[in-house]
Design a protein around this ligand. Structure first.
Ligand code: 13P
Length: 250
């Protein structure tokens, strides 16, 4: 299976002034980690996050980017700007961005291509709403999201994409998908990748679960064969909780 990655998604939390010390705290709490540890922070926190992570095993990620190189896009941030700061990962297509900021499968695809072209590792979020799950269309919906996300991307590049399966109904609700539900969809994602790119590429891709993952449920989720890590919201804001999840990723 793919490489294990535990990534925190801070969302719109923490101040630039507290970021450096907090990232150092995360590095200290996760010392000896046997997986990649990532903190994805708001744009304005990134330079402080990079400073805090310097000389440690922690990598830093952004929560979004724009798909153009530069120009008249007020308020946007490019891949080159992120790279210039020392950022390694970027979350793309989080359901909150799809829901509140009109992110579509098409812009997600453009952003993934730009990230790959520039050498950022995209963490691409897919997932169904409760209504879609109850209508029995989870796998169909995710197949569409995956196919559109990977449109025009070759197998060599696809290996560098991280996928985060995040059921929308499990995000910030305290309602985690059961390990079986999460594994079922992550396995389906793996077979979608296999049919697009072949088994070798599918095995190389890291597939994470996200949605109310915490210190007490992480071990069971991460024990599943097709779950190679987690994208953690709330529990990434406390270093001790985050460290327990990292500890579970063995
Ligand atoms: P929570 O862990 O707070 O449910 O958030 C999950 C998430 O959306 C990570 O991207």
């Amino acid at each position: 299976m793919g490489k294990y990655i535990i990534a925190g998604n801070w969302k719109m939390n923490k101040l630039p002034s507290e970021t450096c010390a907090f990232v150092k705290e995360v590095a200290e709490a996760t010392r000896g980690a046997q997986c990649e540890v990532v903190c994805c922070t708001p744009y304005v926190c990134l330079s402080e996050a990079v400073k805090g992570a310097e000389g440690t095993h922690v990598a830093i990620g952004a929560e979004n980017l724009h798909f153009e190189d530069k120009g008249a896009f007020t308020g946007e941030v490019s891949a080159d700007m992120l790279l210039d700061l020392g950022v390694k990962y970027v979350i793309i297509g989080h359901s909150e961005r799809r829901q509140y900021f009109a992110e579509t499968d098409e812009t997600v695809n453009l952003k993934i291509k730009k990230a790959l072209e520039k050498g950022l590792i995209p963490i691409v979020c897919v997932g169904e709403s409760l209504e879609q799950r109850e209508a029995g269309i989870t796998t169909d919906l995710i197949a569409i999201q995956i196919k559109k996300a990977f449109a025009g991307i070759n197998a060599a590049d696809a290996k560098n994409v991280v996928i985060a399966y995040e059921p929308i109904w499990a995000i910030g609700t305290g309602k985690t998908a059961t390990a079986e539900q999460a594994e079922e969809v992550c396995a389906a994602i793996r077979s979608m990748l296999a049919s697009l790119y072949g088994g070798e590429t599918a095995e190389a891709v890291t597939v994470q679960y996200g949605g109310s993952m915490n210190a007490s449920n992480a071990a069971e989720l991460l024990a599943k064969p097709n779950i190679d890590g987690g994208l953690i919201g709330g529990a990434s804001l406390k270093s001790a909780d985050f460290a327990k999840i990292v500890e579970a990723a063995k």
